[in-house]
Design a protein around this ligand. Structure first.
Ligand code: PMP
Length: 368
């Protein structure tokens, strides 16, 4: 017998899903705008390495074959490049896939998972899908606060997710703070260090956390080819962690989860160190100029170690919502921060120098 509410929503009997969180609405640009400058998703300003694109084309000749389920060559190359044991690496369809994989492998109904206020939105989504409860620790300004994170950990806590650098704020904790967080955690709590933006960091006191993942029993590090390598469309991420955790994730993930062209392209991108260095240098220079100019305009950019900047706006009528609409009218897509509880801010990806000049011009006109 259908419950009355189910009957009213479905004309016919249908499979009933578990309760899942709603996704935020996607905003699109005015279709009349000729050129759209996409600065909403923290994609790379540059095209991928030409060597990566050549590998992608070459892989297209082998499409009738299944991919290597173990992504062996890619894991071996990652191990060599970063000085890690390839047996302790597991690949995912982007790091978001690994965020979900960890949540459903290590947390469920009745469990708690700690995240930071103003932290990456994918963490709470993954936790809720897994059926566990999200506990958000207060941030210090817009940066994650290690003491608040530790205080939020109860006996029911199974995972603590932390993006460092943090998206959407750009804040980056020094390695000493990460090590202090790990020391303060019970060994039963899995510390997930999401280092999606690690390549972009210029601060000398930063480490993604592989040293901890190699030695502690409860730390994993997430990395991705979507950002500095410019391969967001391919969906390749990886996780480094203790052997028994990697073993669990290998059992839970779908066996052939990384397409063959994705494996080959990521491998070639990894080998082009000069290309990566140029991307990172350009990002740092453009980010510095963008932040300086925003300050001159009277706006409030938050310090960022990543390829995006969180920008504080004044009160209405020159507020963040009005700026977003004004820029969108010129084809410039930033990101509203209301879903993060940062309604007075917009986040802009660092695009090319030319793109950021157009953003600054538009912002100057908006504020005039
Ligand atoms: N972690 C963080 C902090 C991110 O900002 C993003 C992308 N926005 C991801 C993970 C997911 O990236 P991907 O799945 O493309 O690797």
């Amino acid at each position: 017998m259908l419950r009355p509410d189910a009957r009213s929503r479905h004309a016919h009997p249908a499979p009933r899903p578990r309760r899942h969180p709603a996704l935020p609405a996607r905003r699109v640009c005015d279709p009349r705008v000729a050129r759209v400058i996409r600065l909403a998703s923290n994609e790379c300003a540059a095209e991928p390495s030409p060597r990566a694109l050549a590998a992608y084309r070459e892989a297209s000749t082998q499409l009738k074959r299944y991919p290597d389920a173990g992504a062996t060559a890619l894991r071996r190359a990652l191990g060599e490049r970063h000085g890690l044991d390839p047996e302790r690496i597991v690949t995912g369809q982007g790091s978001e896939d690994l965020i979900y994989l960890v949540a459903r492998s290590y947390a469920g109904p009745g469990d708690e998972v700690v995240v930071s206020e103003f932290g990456y939105s994918m963490f709470p989504f993954a936790v809720r899908i897994a059926g566990a409860t999200v506990v958000a620790a207060k941030a210090a300004g817009v940066a994650p606060d290690v003491d608040a994170l530790l205080t939020a950990v109860t006996a029911r806590c199974r995972i603590l997710y932390l993006a460092n650098p943090n998206n959407p704020t750009g804040a980056c904790l020094p390695f000493g703070e990460i090590a202090r967080l790990q020391r303060g955690l019970p060994e039963t709590v899995l510390l997930v260090l999401d280092a999606a933006y690690a390549e972009y960091v210029t601060a000398a006191d930063y480490e993604p956390g592989h040293r901890l993942a190699a030695t502690a029993s409860n730390v994993v590090v997430l990395r991705t080819f979507s950002k500095a390598y410019g391969l967001a469309g391919l969906r390749v991420g990886w996780l480094h962690g203790p052997a028994d955790i990697v073993d669990v994730l290998n059992r839970v993930r779908p066996p052939t989860n990384i397409a063959a062209p994705a494996q080959a392209t990521a491998l070639a991108a990894l080998a082009d160190e000069a290309h990566l260095a140029a991307v990172v240098a350009a990002n740092a220079a453009t980010r510095r100029r963008f932040v300086q100019s925003l300050t001159q305009l009277g706006l409030a950019p938050a310090p960022s170690e990543a390829n995006f900047v969180l920008v504080g706006f004044p009160a209405a009528p020159r507020d963040a919502a009005a700026a977003f609409a004004f820029l969108r009218g010129r084809g410039i897509l930033g990101r509203r921060m209301d879903p993060y509880g940062l309604a007075a801010h917009l986040r802009f990806t660092i695009g090319t120098d030319e793109e950021m000049s157009l953003v600054l011009e538009a912002l100057a006109d908006f504020l005039a």
